[in-house]
Design a protein around this ligand. Structure first.
Ligand SMILES: [Cu+2]
Length: 155
């Protein structure tokens, strides 16, 4: 083996273990996730996670926090009197094998209440997820521009 390929393999194994540590436990796998850049004048923000329950038991996301915001709430979109509204929910349940993919405009999202500084595209948002069984998962997710995840997204 050449010295050069040794370095490549070493670098790969470091990033693979860092990923496992940051983003998943045996029970819960976090897939592609992002926060949206803040709109001018708004000190609340939104973030969208992909979560999968790999365990054989139901697990529940019970709390989320971030050093970047005063509070992080779990929100769900729902139709009320023909208007899309969001309401706070106390937890998000994941059946065995089930996954939740949060996206703008429907289903669940994380609401970042009282951001300490505006979120800018390219930043990383640190999050701490608390699951009933899987425990705590700490990770950072990318901040994308404010159109990120829209159905008409074009690049
Ligand atoms: Cu919300």
């Amino acid at each position: 083996m050449s010295l050069r390929s040794f370095f490549v393999i070493a670098a790969l194994s470091i990033s693979a273990s860092a990923f496992a540590h940051d983003h998943q436990t045996d029970r819960i796998v976090v897939g592609p996730s992002f926060a949206r850049a803040s709109l001018p004048g708004q000190n609340n923000g939104a973030a969208y996670l992909s979560l999968q329950n790999k365990s054989a038991a139901t697990d529940t996301l019970v709390a989320v926090s971030s050093p970047a915001a005063k509070d992080v709430e779990l929100h769900a979109m729902s139709m009320q009197d023909n208007v899309m509204r969001m309401r706070q929910v106390s937890s998000i349940e994941l059946a065995p094998g089930a996954s939740v993919t949060m996206q703008p405009g429907q289903g669940y999202h994380l609401m970042l209440m009282g951001l300490k500084t505006p979120l800018k595209a390219g930043d990383k948002l640190p999050l701490r997820l608390q699951f009933q069984h899987a425990g705590t998962i700490e990770m950072s997710i990318p901040v994308e521009d404010s159109m990120a995840g829209m159905p008409m997204k074009q690049h």
